[in-house]
Design a protein around this ligand. Structure first.
Ligand SMILES: Nc1nc2c(ncn2[C@@H]2O[C@H](COP(=O)(O)OP(=O)(O)OP(=O)(O)O)[C@@H](O)[C@H]2O)c(=O)[nH]1
Ligand SMILES: [Mg+2]
Length: 456
């Protein structure tokens, strides 16, 4: 299903202009195509940067220079993909780079699919599936913690821990199989107590892996926070303050924000998707009505609601209604405009202890708001160690492996035969091998690599 015998090409650097842009070729014909593009008679020297010109014919015996480039050839298998790889660094203009790609295609290369370079690295055994997914996470990281977790996974921490558990399972399976092969020996090859303690060790190792998984997911995926409240309370002002830039329009006209505005921010290491929404009120304006219904929908899908009240104006029915509606869901209440004379008394309100007073004008309370949001987001998540697992696919499979091991333990306690135990043990191993990709399922691979961008 995945072909790896042709040569692929793509722009490996982000779209847009820059000092340098890189076109990457991978496959058996990569060096030959690079020589064709640069009209070089000599082979490139492996792992050495060579200045060259990409040249194209524009008529009979007339050649034109397309770009001055630096060519680096990585002779397979000592390359990212494990195949011959050529990187052509040209000037970072999308027009030039696309031109170089089209010349490479004319020379016999095929445009790479999203993630195909990393897919080839996996298929050629340069990376396992966990590491290949970590490449995607590393590229997508928006917080230092995300980058750290992804780099650890690329370094092989998860792979090493899974391999250790797999080795324990393997030796247990071998012993149980031996008992089956020589039935007259009974439990001669392994005593039930030894099977029991091995199963216990495997379960403990899987528990250790899963112990930091929810924090790992938090770091990888972050949380969605919707800013809600009636018009003019300062929602967009707070959105901008948390973002550190003037992303949203702020005016003193109630009903300024209509559409949802979504931005990713790093809140003390936690990636948060902040959504600014329209102020909630009854309106006859169809545009505002649509904004309000989107605001309500965003609040329902968000994991946390940041409810903004105006400290300078008396509380209104709509504020009380929003306070009621958000009771029982994770929320942070903000009483904004703390720099103005108070329009009402917070102290008498039942939820006063929950509220944070802020002022976007003076910056008062914004740091407290940040730390309160992070606390609300990461509640019950212990923060000490760098988590090992973070990817939902890995977590689900490790949980299934653990379930199978627990089932085996239960079966053993009930005096089950090795044959029955082996069913669960094989299942546990199969789940672990699916994590590392040693047991690959084509459509899983397709799904994983489709989330990459082209050139990775
Ligand atoms: N004094 C004072 N004014 C503020 C503060 N925060 C916001 N404002 C002002 O309040 C007005 C409304 O602010 P926005 O941020 O647009 O309010 P909003 O809740 O997004 O309003 P809508 O989009 O209409 O729902 C603007 O004039 C802001 O400058 C604050 O902390 N103190
Ligand atoms: Mg607004």
């Amino acid at each position: 299903m995945f072909s790896i015998d042709d040569t692929i090409v793509a722009i490996a650097t982000p779209r847009g202009r820059g000092g340098i842009g890189v076109v990457r070729l991978s496959g058996p014909r990569a060096p030959e195509i690079a020589r064709l593009l640069t009209r070089k008679n000599q082979p490139f020297e492996s792992r050495r940067a060579t200045v060259a010109h990409v040249i194209e014919p524009i008529g009979d015996a007339v050649l034109r220079t397309v770009d001055e480039v630096v060519v680096t050839w990585f002779e397979g298998p000592h390359s990212y993909t494990g195949e011959h790889v050529v990187e052509i660094s040209g000037h970072g203009s999308p027009v030039l780079l696309e031109h170089i790609v089209s010349l490479a295609i004319g020379g016999g290369a095929r445009l790479a699919e999203p993630g195909e370079f990393t897919l080839r690295a996996y298929l050629n055994g340069r990376l396992d599936l966990i590491q290949a997914e970590a490449v995607g996470d590393l590229i997508d990281a928006v917080t230092p913690a995300q980058a750290r977790v992804a780099m650890d996974q690329l370094d092989g921490t998860v792979t090493a821990q899974i391999s250790r558990v797999d080795a324990l399972l393997f030796s247990l399976i071998a012993k149980c199989e031996a008992c089956l092969d020589f039935p007259e020996e009974g439990f001669h090859f392994v005593e039930p107590s030894e099977v029991g303690s091995s199963l216990e060790a495997v379960r403990a190792a899987l528990d250790a892996l899963l112990g930091t998984a929810s924090r790992g997911r938090l770091i990888r995926e972050g949380r969605v926070v919707a800013i809600s409240g009636r018009p003019n309370t300062g929602k967009s002002s707070l959105f901008n303050a948390l973002l550190g830039c003037g992303r949203a329009i702020v005016t003193d006209v109630p009903g300024t924000t209509r559409d949802l505005l979504t931005e990713r921010v790093d809140l003390l290491g936690v990636p948060v998707t902040l959504i600014d929404t329209a102020g909630i009120r009854a309106s006859s304006d169809p545009i505002e009505q649509e904004g309000v219904s989107r605001a309500r929908a965003a609040r329902l899908t968000a994991e946390i609601v940041l409810l903004v009240l105006d400290g300078a104006q008396p509380l209104m029915d709509i504020d009380r209604q929003l306070l009621d509606e958000t009771r029982g869901v994770p929320r942070v209440i903000v009483v904004n405009k703390g720099d103005c004379p108070a329009g009402w008394s917070i102290a008498v309100e039942a939820w006063a202890s929950e509220a944070i007073v802020t002022s976007v004008v003076t910056g008062y309370g914004i740091d407290t708001l940040r730390s309160t949001l992070v606390r609300e987001i990461s509640e019950r998540e212990e923060c000490r160690d760098t988590p090992t697992l973070s990817n939902l696919r890995h977590i689900g499979l490790v949980e299934s492996a653990r379930d199978a091991v627990v089932r085996a333990g239960r079966a053993l306690a009930e005096g089950a035969t090795e044959e029955l135990l082996l069913v669960d043990l094989h299942e546990a191993r199969a789940h672990l091998e699916e994590v590392t990709g040693h047991r690959g399922v084509d459509d899983v691979l397709k799904h994983i690599f489709a989330t990459f961008c082209i050139g990775k």
